[in-house]
Design a protein around this ligand. Structure first.
Ligand code: AMP
Length: 299
């Protein structure tokens, strides 16, 4: 079933405790699309500058991502820099240069307007909402956000929350948005702000999904060699929404399987810099990891 994603395509500068990479391919929509491509054929809405490399565009096309909605604007592609501390869970943003994203006016192509499942990957909440309102009859809309937008665009974010079904956020963002230190209370507080579903990610400690009638919790897949956690959240969302789009419904069982798909998919992302690991995985390898994860959590 049709899956639409709007978000950023970026060149990232990443510093880990042991390594540093400049201008590696990143962006919330890039990770989401590559990750969800194992489950569905994602449709991408985003913008890049004239510096965006042909090989990076080709990577998306090779993954069967529909790039009709990828605009090329005069100027430079969005760039972001992040530094991880030794515990991998603490990340500092070093810089965010919106570049062509600053004046991005998202246009959902006519051929995408019938999309049933929509993921609003991390981006300015006003841009997320503007794109969403162009989709005719979305059935299940999930958004991601980030501390930057909670800080500088809270009113836009609150307006967005009235128009979506689910919100994905990490522990730090959940505390920041709700003021609740306890993550269960924070999730419940999000459910009073608009969305009917909240997915709360806790890094290496896994993730849980909460709604009025479903509460499902999963540990992370035990990865022994973390190389670069950038994009793990977007890859989780890719597996999660990809599985929902594949199933074509949001029954409680589908949501649980989607949590497993997201967790398994994200575990590949952290094993390499940029999209090096996750971009090279076959559907069979992802399925095998889903089965391994199920073995780990089943009694
Ligand atoms: P994640 O590690 O899943 O939170 O996603 C990291 C990706 O998000 C990086 O590749 C960045 O290029 C992108 N990113 C960082 N900051 C922002 C932002 N403020 N808005 C949209 N995308 C961002």
């Amino acid at each position: 079933m049709s899956l639409l994603c709007i978000g950023t395509l970026a060149y990232d500068t990443i510093e880990t405790p042991t390594d540093r990479r400049e201008r590696s391919l990143g962006g919330s929509a890039t990770y989401f699309c590559v990750a969800s491509a194992s489950f569905a054929k994602p449709r991408l809405v985003g913008v890049v500058g004239t510096d965006f490399a042909d090989e990076d565009r080709q990577l998306l096309i090779d993954k069967q991502v529909d790039v009709e909605g990828l605009e090329v604007a005069e100027g430079e592609t969005f760039t972001w820099g992040g530094r991880y501390e030794a515990d991998w869970n603490t990340r500092h943003t070093l810089f965010t240069n919106l570049n062509v994203f600053e004046h991005f006016d998202p246009k959902v192509p006519d051929s995408y307007k019938d999309s049933r499942f929509v993921f609003l990957a991390n981006a300015h909440p006003a841009i997320q909402l503007k794109a969403l309102l162009q989709v005719e009859k979305p059935e299940f809309v999930v958004a991601d956000t980030m501390n930057l937008w909670i800080d500088i665009a809270l009113d836009d974010l609150k307006a967005l929350l009235q128009n979506i079904d689910g919100l994905i956020l990490n522990d730090e963002e959940a505390r920041m948005l709700t003021g609740e230190a306890n993550l269960i209370l924070a999730a419940k507080a999000v459910l009073t702000m608009g969305p009917k579903y909240v997915i709360l990610k806790k890094g290496e400690h896994g993730a849980f999904l909460m709604s009025e009638n479903v509460h499902f919790s999963l540990p992370a897949f035990p990865v022994t060699q973390v190389v670069d956690p950038t994009g793990a959240g977007d890859s989780f969302a890719g597996g999660f929404m990809g599985e929902i789009a594949r199933a074509g419904n949001i029954e409680p069982g589908t949501l649980r399987r989607a949590m497993v798909a997201g967790t398994a998919t994200a575990s590949f992302c952290v094993q390499g810099f940029s999209l090096e690991d996750i971009g090279s995985r076959t559907d069979a390898q992802i399925e095998a990891r889903i089965q391994q994860l199920l073995e780990i959590v089943t009694v």
